[in-house]
Design a protein. Structure first.
Lengths: 509, 415
């Protein structure tokens, strides 16, 4: 116990409308690799932002002790000075600059105000060797892959004489080979006496590398396990993370499935950014009235690309294939076409693609269906207010009124506003892309209830989700997508996480 | 080493959203919107004191309106462009070019003035369409397109005019810019205030009645839908305050000559464009495009078309300003409209527009323009040198935007 390099006690962090962390405790021993596990929204990243000073002292409750001394960081500079370095999920590198320039960004090796390039490149090469990266330090970062960029980030941390290295989902975007290399590197750093905190969803990696594990759930610490003492299995971790049966997390629902509403045939989409790359290949999907259909797939499988290309070609080039609505072939060449044909798409990134954050609830709700509230081009604002107020009540959007700016709402309530916007257009087909991403558990349950209700009203719903339990708990039928191909279709009764995962990882020749 | 764990009996309670405690925030938003009008009022009071009341003399009020009408017209077009997240640096050059076109049509070619004005407005629309095409459909940032336009249209002005002014303009165009409505009903005595034009006074009464009626109808409509409305005394107080301001201005104008034609035109534009931005579907689209371009696209808004048409609109308004400015000087000159775009942009930002787009009001831009007009006029009345006027205007612009940024940060909108 005495050899804890870091202790966090009673950490509570509140955002407007959400308690992200509640009385969280974390103790990390010197020289260990400590994993933090938890579902999306459990508070892992928030906790790390508190630790690194992204959320300054005073904006949270609780105390932090690092190497026996209390910490009151007012910014990330303070924590870095003490040797705490965080590497975020989204890498913070300047793509146009060279590896060496990135390594010493903000910490340039200069002599009388001029950068000493020889020394910079020389020391950069030494750092790259430490992380096992064989690249010329003068190579621009954009020319190396994501896996190597991750190594550059770690080398950058080493240049700052790191004592505690925090990695937020370091392997999420890496392939197996790069991941394995990264884990080896972390073991090497451990031998050099560097303590690591690693946030990861990949439980097999955690089991392989971690010395101890802290599990967070719903913003609270559930338990800390010692890999050597406790008998830790993946199932043990999962039960800690989930904490309850699936049945409790999903409202009961009896589907009433009718005729086919939407059929997509031989749907092929090419990437907008990489010429000639096929992102969706010959996909065939059928959606029926009153049915909730899932779309499972790993990152990069082409789920969002498929959905957005169907939604009026909002994504992709060189799209081929046919769409049938109620048996009739339809032409959907623009978002307006899609809306006219009763297709709605609720984006996975509501802040970037779903909401006008500086406008109020009312105007966001009416954004798509404004024509229904207008006569000869003039909006009936009273009617608009009435409609928005109706949604605020029926969707249980927690806000003082419909004149509240959506930017101030919590994630769950923002999502309800986006859903309201699309429900107001009275669509026949709703495509929900990651409908519960970044939403706390209580709000998730409400979203599931709304999805069930939409299906009961006879709408066809397609749910895209990265969380398999969510698909299993919500959907009547699930398609699996792998590398742009539909590799499987499973009914609810036969669906298991293992089976879906098999389809999702099925290789293409 | 185990950490705190909730007991098994502790059913995992979802982290629910807290109770809405946002009353103070609503207040601060109102403060932000209202701040500009309060600031305008304070500036008027300040300069009234500094000038011993000369600021509010009948002739001076009339001057402020007539001298700034073209910048205010530009500000209306500019605020729409800024709401959509763009900018127009070419407005001054367009003013010069359209003024020159109008001069060539009326003076050199002897075209009847209504037709000439119409053709000039169409030319303005064509200029706007040219810029709108590059911004909306070709995807070049408006800053670049209109910077190029600033040079191109100034060059075309010089080409058309051959580096000399063309004038004089027909009387009707000069009347539109400089003239007053004829007092066909004669004068009435207002006791100690002296004589005043009856027609103007009647117009004032009609305007006040119109304000009161539309406010009352809107209030009734909202109440009918079960929305909360202001308490009745506050509602009445607001209307009385608005009526007093309008009547005070009207009485002063009636005491001088009459209503300037440009004021009538400006009032119609402000009313029309306020309705457009608040109530029309097209107006809402402008806010949607500026607030979040991607979200607007995925909501089925024709973002390119919206962008295109606000530039066309800007071209038409710039042409209108060009005609009025040329008519006022009674000559179309090669340097006409120099730096007008900067005044219009400043008016929009002082009036509460946001640099990122998505925010702004027509009335706000007009108020911003009037703030600068009053500073200009007031400082010249007290004999301040022009460099000091420029200094104050610059600092006011900076202060206005700084206040805006500060209130936004304080209200903590998570972006």
């Amino acid at each position: 116990m005495a050899d804890d390099i870091l202790r966090m006690r009673g950490i509570t962090k509140t955002f407007p409308g959400v308690k992200a962390l509640q009385d969280v405790a974390l103790s990390v021993r010197r020289g260990e690799i400590h994993a933090i596990c938890g579902e999306n929204g459990a508070g892992k990243s928030t906790l790390m932002k508190v630790l690194s000073g992204v959320y300054p002292h005073g904006s949270y409750d609780g105390e932090i002790t690092f190497e026996g001394e209390p910490c009151e960081f007012s910014g990330i500079h303070d924590s870095e000075r003490r040797g705490i370095v965080i590497i975020h999920q989204e890498l913070a590198l300047c793509a146009q600059l060279s590896i060496a320039e990135n390594l010493f960004l903000g910490n340039e090796l200069s002599h009388r105000g001029l950068i000493d390039w020889n020394r910079t490149n020389h020391e950069a090469a030494a750092l790259l060797e430490r992380v096992g990266l064989k690249e010329n330090p003068t190579t621009p970062v954009l020319d190396i892959g994501v896996g190597k960029q991750q190594l550059v980030e770690i080398a950058k941390a080493l240049s700052k004489e790191v004592r505690l290295l925090i990695l937020d989902e370091p392997t999420a975007a890496l392939n197996d080979e790069d991941s394995a290399h990264l884990l080896d590197l972390l073991r090497g750093l451990r031998e050099q006496g560097i303590t690591c905190v690693i946030i990861s969803h990949k439980l097999n990696e955690i089991a392989a590398i971690a010395d101890s594990i802290t599990i967070l759930r719903d913003g609270r610490t559930i338990e800390t396990l010692d890999m050597k003492v406790d008998d830790v299995t993946e199932n043990r971790i999962i039960s800690g993370m989930v904490g309850r049966d699936l049945s409790d997390r999903f409202p009961p629902h009896t589907p009433n499935i009718g005729d086919e509403v939407l059929r997509i045939e031989d749907w092929t989409v090419h990437s907008t950014t990489q010429r000639g790359r096929v992102v969706v290949s010959d996909a065939n999907l059928v959606l029926r009235r009153g049915e909730i259909v899932g779309l499972a797939g790993l990152m990069g499988a082409g789920r969002t690309e498929l959905a957005m290309s169907v939604f009026g070609r909002a994504y992709g080039t060189d799209i081929s294939g046919r769409i049938f609505k109620n048996g009739q072939e339809i032409s959907v060449r623009s978002v307006r076409d899609a809306i006219r044909h009763g297709i709605a798409y609720v984006t996975e990134d509501r802040k970037r693609y779903g909401l006008n954050l500086i406008e109020d609830i009312k105007r966001n709700v009416s954004a798509v269906g404004l024509g229904k509230l207008a006569r000869r081009g003039w909006v009936n604002e009273n009617e608009e207010h009435r409609v928005a107020e109706g949604f605020r009540r029926s969707m249980n959007i927690k806000a003082p009124g419909v004149a509240t700016t959506t930017g101030t709402l919590s994630g769950g309530n923002q999502q309800k506003v986006v859903l309201s916007k699309w429900i107001f257009t009275d669509p026949d087909v709703l495509i929900l892309d990651e409908p519960t991403r970044g939403i706390d558990v209580g709000a998730k349950y409400e979203i599931y209830s709304i999805v069930n209700k939409l299906a009961d009203e006879g709408k066809a719903v397609l749910v895209i989700s990265s969380e398999l339990p969510e698909l299993l708990g919500l959907c009547d039928r699930i398609y699996a997508l792998s590398a742009g191909h539909v590799t499987g279709e499973v009914d609810r009764a036969e669906a298991t996480q293992e089976r879906l995962m098999q389809y999702m990882t099925k290789g293409q020749e | 080493m185990t950490s705190t764990a909730p007991t098994d009996a502790d059913v995992p309670s979802p982290v629910l959203d807290g109770p809405p405690e946002r009353a103070p925030r609503r207040f601060s938003i109102n403060l932000r919107q209202g701040g500009i009008y309060v600031a305008f009022g304070l500036i008027v009071v300040l300069f009234t004191i500094l000038t011993d009341g000369a600021l509010l003399q009948p002739q001076n009020i009339s001057n402020i309106i007539v001298q700034n009408s073209y910048v205010l017209i530009l500000a209306i077009g500019m605020i729409l462009i800024i709401i959509a997240g763009h900018i127009d640096l070419s407005a001054g050059s367009v003013v010069a070019l359209t003024g020159a076109i109008c001069a060539v049509l009326t003076v050199n070619m002897g075209m009847p003035w209504p037709l000439a004005v119409l053709v000039t407005l169409v030319a303005g629309a064509a200029i706007g369409a040219w810029q709108g095409y590059w911004v909306a459909y070709f995807g070049i940032p408006a800053f670049i397109v209109t910077l190029a336009g600033m040079l191109v249209f100034r060059a075309l002005t010089l080409t058309v005019l051959g580096n000399q002014g063309i004038g004089p303009f027909p009387d009707q165009i000069r009347t539109l810019s400089n003239g007053f409505i004829e007092g066909v009903l004669g004068n009435v005595g207002l006791g100690p205030l002296g004589g005043a034009d009856l027609l103007t006074l009647l117009v004032g009464v009609v305007v006040v009645a119109g304000i009161a009626f539309t406010q009352w109808r809107s209030r009734k409509g909202r109440a009918g839908y079960g929305q909360t409305v202001d308490p009745f005394p506050i509602f009445v107080a607001r209307i009385v305050a608005a009526a007093l301001v309008v009547l005070a201005v009207i009485v002063q104008l009636a005491r001088f000559k009459n209503l300037p034609w440009v004021l009538v035109l400006l009032a119609a534009l402000v009313l029309g464009y306020s309705l457009l931005t608040n109530r029309a579907v097209f107006g809402r689209r402008i806010y949607a495009v500026g607030g979040n371009l991607q979200a607007a696209t995925l909501s089925g808004v024709k973002v390119k078309s919206v962008t295109f048409w606000i530039f066309v609109n800007m071209g038409v308004l710039a042409a209108l300003a060009g005609v009025i400015f040329a008519g006022r000087l009674n000559q179309a000159g090669p340097t006409a409209g120099n730096a007008f775009e900067l005044d219009a942009i400043a008016a929009a930002f002082i009036g509460g527009a946001a640099v990122q787009g998505g925010v702004g009001k027509v009335v706000g831009a007009i108020t911003g323009g009037l703030i600068m007009a009053v500073i200009n006029n007031g400082m010249s009345l007290i004999g301040a040198p022009s460099e000091r006027v420029m200094l104050v205007k610059g600092l006011v612009l900076l202060a206005a935007v700084a206040y805006d940024v500060w209130t936004k940060r304080r209200s903590g909108v998570r972006a």
